[in-house]
Ligand binder design. Structure first.
Ligand code: ADP
Ligand code: MG
Length: 478
């Protein structure tokens, strides 16, 4: 087959209007434009003064999420303010998910919406969901070198995530966006806290002025400043609970009518059949769950690295791990953006990545926290000094109140050298770290090797997964 493909997209107008703010944020600031995000400020009130914005909780591809005080019921809520353009469609999709969630009551690990209202602003009409406030996402608490979950909590959270997905499937629905960013830890009861207590616990919000590159003043379409999301681990007392809930029903759909367009899930969580353009299904939610489980236990996604940004990249790394895709998928062509297509003028056949990796190896190499955060191999390693700008905060463990739940890899010293990021020296340090115990590795590998199979029909269902012995290692989970 010819590899010729002359298709290149036309130049896109990618000009950026705003300067990048100096606070970490996950929202795309260019979307402060008509049809986009609503400009929210601290102290703003919504719904006739009922909700007052006190802090930022997060942002995703479709919404900004805020901690707000419900002045009527005297409690804390999360306000999810959705992109104007998506407010109608996401409102309808998510409605079925939230309805299902509310019919399960608190026990189900699905977050039910409390209310919804609309905000009319300079960028259009925005749907605003009022949700119970939850804590940090499992992405934040299980993230490479910055934060790792204690093994018991990784297993507990994984079990609860599977339970949530199985509950939604039991309602004839698919979640469609099962990712670690959509699995949130709960909070202990904070309704008795006032605004000053919140600021005392987490610090006052950190903000940075939003500026236009050309120097002109921002208009009403943009907020005057961007707010950094509050960091639940920055507090000296722990209000994070040990249960998780599944959030974000934006891409929820009925099993009987899967969406024709590919879901907007990050590539690393896409099931391979969805990557080649087949419909999403309960089995693709289960694949995504497998990715979450591995991430919760190891700190990394099984199919994620900086090169995996599109469906074709996902397929390439899955092929490296599981071998060739089924024959019937092999005539899929791939366009410039790494999306599947059947049109030969728009795409070309898959070019694979070299090299192999094995799922078994990935599991057996999961590194654990060493006793006392210290590893002594007896090798005289020089203290690592090359990276002068390193922040000493990075090497401090989390406050003791979190030590039952999480640990910080960059606070671990191997032969006098702190663990840091990925490069050859750091990989050598990681070799010296203790590894997951053989018994657990065998169970986890067994679980994941059942999930990560190409044929969606052969994958276990979410409810079948619940009986797997890996989840029972700490006794019967709840
Ligand atoms: N109820 C909530 N309580 C606390 N934080 C939340 C809540 N809902 C969302 N968040 C935070 O906001 C982020 C984006 O929310 P999400 O509903 O996933 O939006 P999107 O549809 O844009 O992905 C989440 O990853 C989480 O960090
Ligand atoms: Mg989300």
């Amino acid at each position: 087959m010819s590899l010729l493909c002359n298709y290149e997209p036309e130049e896109e107008d990618n000009e950026e209007r705003f300067l990048l703010p100096n606070v970490e944020t996950t929202e795309e600031v260019e979307w402060y434009t008509p049809g986009g995000f609503h400009p929210v400020h601290l102290g703003d009130t919504y719904d006739d003064g009922r909700y007052r914005i006190v802090h930022r909780l997060g942002a995703g591809g479709f919404a900004t999420v805020w901690l707000a005080r419900d002045e009527k019921e005297k409690k804390w809520v999360a306000l999810k303010v959705i992109l104007a353009e998506k407010s109608v469609s996401l409102g309808e999709n998510s409605h079925i998910g939230y309805q299902a969630a509310s019919s399960f009551s608190g026990e189900s690990k699905l977050v039910a919406e409390l209310r919804r209202f609309t905000i009319d602003g300079p960028n259009g009409h925005h749907l605003c969901l009022v949700l119970p406030v939850l804590g940090p996402s499992s992405s934040q608490l299980s993230s490479n070198f910055t934060c790792r979950l204690k093994p018991w909590l990784a297993r507990r959270a994984s079990y609860q995530a599977v339970k949530a997905v199985s509950a939604i499937h039991a309602h004839g629905l698919c979640h469609g966006d099962v990712t670690t960013a959509n699995i949130l830890f709960n909070l202990l009861d904070i309704d008795h806290l006032g605004e000053a207590d919140i600021y005392r616990l987490f610090g006052s919000p950190v903000t940075d002025e939003l500026q236009i590159e050309s120097g002109e003043a921002t208009g009403p379409e943009a907020p005057r400043y961007i707010v950094k999301a509050l960091d639940f681990l920055s507090s000296t007392s722990n209000i994070i609970g040990s249960d998780v809930a599944l959030i974000d029903f934006d891409q929820c759909f009925s099993m009987s009518s899967p969406p024709e367009k590919m879901l907007g899930t990050p590539a690393e969580f896409l099931a391979p059949e969805v990557a080649v353009g087949l419909p999403a299904s309960p089995a693709s939610d289960v694949w995504a769950l497998g990715c979450c489980i591995f991430r919760l236990r190891s700190g990394e996604g099984p199919f994620s690295n900086y090169e995996v940004t599109s469906p074709v990249d996902l397929l390439r790394i899955v092929i490296q791990t599981l071998g060739d895709i089924p024959l019937e998928w092999q005539d899929t062509l791939w366009d410039y953006y790494g999306q599947p297509t059947k049109d030969p003028s728009k795409g070309k056949p898959l070019s694979k990545w070299e090299g192999e990796r094995s799922l078994k190896d990935l599991v057996y190499r999961i590194w654990e926290q060493p006793e006392g955060n210290v590893v002594e191999t007896g090798t005289g390693r020089p203290e690592y000094k090359a990276w002068d700008a390193r922040d000493e905060e990075e090497n401090k463990p989390f406050p003791p109140c979190f030590s039952d739940m999480v640990w910080k890899p960059t606070a671990v010293k191997v032969d006098n050298t702190y663990i840091f990021g990925y490069n050859d020296e750091s990989l050598a340090l990681l070799e010296a770290m203790p590894k997951i115990a053989e018994r657990e590795a065998a169970l986890l590998y067994d679980l994941l090797s059942k999930i990560f199979v190409y044929d969606p029909q052969k994958r276990p269902t979410a409810s079948e997964l619940l009986n797997h012995p890996w989840f029972q290692m700490d006794g019967q989970p709840d």
